[in-house]
Design a protein around this ligand. Structure first.
Ligand code: AHR
Length: 522
């Protein structure tokens, strides 16, 4: 290991000199050193997770159309959406919220559909929902997608009994009132539930609790979340929003509190110009592009801040950071319900998705789960639907391209790159990460954040020799290019071969505003 570091150092210095000599006028160094034999932690597949809330047209219309719909469906769930998400290799799905979770009473959503209670969605548009999509439908959805279930329980307006019975209903094989009820509702065998969150944003919409109050409440709730019939719950405690480090400190410092959960959630949205005016998702200036990039890069700092606290109390990294809400939050599209958070998705979203996924990869030692907000028709969605039409967004394609990192081993990389400057602000122009999968294939994912400049990145490959390279690129002419229902293929991946592999160095020409994933084999 030491040897490779010395080699890395020598190569970095030599290559730096080389780039400077070649580029005398600009003195720019764009270099990603990849140490192929320096294996880091496994990148949890679950950082590629998605989030589906009862909000706008995410569930109703987006995922669920009902078995009687003319839109092709399986048990009421859209076939087009199922196929697209399977292709994207969705690893886990969080449901039913978000803020909705702390208003949701699961017994309203079981039993014969026509007898289910209608409820008001008080958080999102005040609309009435008929509860036709409930526990059985969600678990069927995860089965059809082949992904893990991530259920978010209700702490804010629920009870310990209600939450504990939900787990029993879902996962127990024993004879009990809850399992009898499940069987009466048509499901004999218990399901497996991997992730279970004890409330959502309990510092806000989930009950306006203080950290101390939540910590005690969480301990009580967690006590009654049992592991039934071989199911092992990964309990997620509600964590803070972005920089609220005190919350993390309170949840982590006392062993009898931190022993009650396996993961601590954090939420962070990139909001340009504040919550009152977040800007348009499609009509934006380069200033807004730059600000969006800059704010997305903050995720690294946020993870480092929370990880540092967790490292103090959990140096063995037994607790995971669960970034179960992240993404760009813009103004809703004109003419749509402000409570439905419907926004379009452009090349800007694609580049920022790449930024986030690279950051999560780089923090694979601590970040174990992450969920984009949200999967369909809400915020930075991977899928948009309108009646029987479906559009895959630029963000979708980034998830699909990056899926090669799922469960792969993170490699040591060292990135040195020029800045992308706007006004008096600077950010790194390149985002990157690399991993090796179980078959020995090396994958490099990179993004060029600059919308106006192509950048050549040299990648010295240390420790292993590779013979073949293939690549995919996602880019567009305009920074606000997007896929619409009338024109669904404006932004989509294409084969990429603007690279040269010579003498153990891969040189890649990254067009402006692009996302590239390369595969290297021996
Ligand atoms: O994703 C939309 C909302 O943002 C979620 O319901 C909530 O948890 C967060 O504030």
């Amino acid at each position: 290991m030491k040897k490779s570091f010395i080699l890395l150092l020598i190569l970095t210095v030599l290559n730096a000199g080389y780039s400077v000599a070649q580029n005398e006028t600009s003195r720019e160094i764009n270099q990603l050193v990849i140490v192929a034999n320096h294996r880091g932690p496994v990148i949890s597949k679950d950082i590629y997770g998605q989030f589906s809330e009862h909000l706008g047209y995410c569930i109703y219309g987006g995922l669920w159309v009902g078995p009687e719909s003319k839109i092709p469906n399986t048990y009421g769930i859209r076939n087009d959406v199922i196929a697209a998400l399977r292709e994207m290799k969705i690893p886990n799905l969080r449901w039913p919220g978000g803020c909705f979770a702390d208003t949701y009473h699961w017994k309203d959503g079981i039993g014969p559909t026509e007898k289910r209670a209608s409820i008001i969605n008080t958080n999102w548009g005040g609309v009435t929902e008929d509860n036709s999509f409930g526990t059985h439908e969600f678990m069927k959805l995860t089965e059809l997608l082949g992904c893990d279930a991530y259920i978010n329980g209700n702490v804010g307006s629920g009870s310990v009994k209600e939450m504990s019975e939900w787990i029993e209903y879902l996962t127990s094989d024993a004879e009990s009132p809850m399992t009898r009820l499940r069987k009466e509702n048509g499901r004999d065998k218990p399901w497996k539930v991997r992730y279970f969150a004890i409330g959502n944003e309990n510092w806000g919409c989930g009950g306006n609790m203080t950290a101390k109050f939540y910590a005690n409440t969480m301990r009580q709730y967690s006590t009654f979340l049992h592991n039934y019939s071989g199911n092992r719950l990964y309990r997620v405690a509600c964590g803070p929003y972005d920089y609220n480090y005190d919350w993390t400190e309170t949840l982590m410092k006392d062993p009898s509190t931190r022993n009650m959960f396996q993961g601590l959630s954090i939420h962070y949205y990139s909001v340009v110009d504040g919550w009152n005016y977040k800007g348009s998702a499609i009509n934006f200036t380069e200033r807004e592009w730059f600000e969006t990039m800059r704010l997305n890069l903050k995720m690294d700092e946020i993870i480092r801040g929370h990880s540092a606290i967790m490292d103090r109390y959990d140096p063995g990294k037994t607790k995971g950071l669960v970034v179960d809400e992240w993404g760009n939050w813009f103004n809703v599209e004109p003419g749509t319900n402000p409570g439905f958070l419907y926004q379009q998705n452009t090349m800007r979203d694609a580049v920022t998705a790449a930024i986030h996924l690279n950051i999560f990869n780089q923090h694979a030692d601590r970040v174990k789960v992450a969920n984009l907000a949200q999967m369909v028709n809400v915020l930075q969605a991977v899928i948009l639907t309108k009646d029987d039409k479906m559009v895959l967004t630029p963000t979708y394609y980034v998830f699909k391209m990056f899926s090669v990192h799922q469960n792969a081993t993170l490699l040591k990389t060292d990135l040195e790159c020029e800045d992308y400057t706007y006004g008096d602000k600077h950010i790194p122009a390149i985002s990157a990460s690399a991993s090796v999968d179980k078959d020995g294939k090396l994958h490099i994912s990179m993004a060029n954040l600059n919308p106006g400049k192509a950048i050549t990145v040299t990648c010295p490959l240390i420790g292993e020799t590779f013979g073949k390279v293939t690549g995919q690129i996602l880019t567009a002419k305009a920074m606000n290019a997007y896929n619409s229902f009338d024109d669904p293929d404006v932004v989509k991946p294409a084969g990429f071969n603007d690279f040269v592999l010579k003498d153990g160095t891969l040189t890649v020409d990254m067009p402006s505003k692009s996302v590239v994933v390369l595969e290297l084999t021996h």
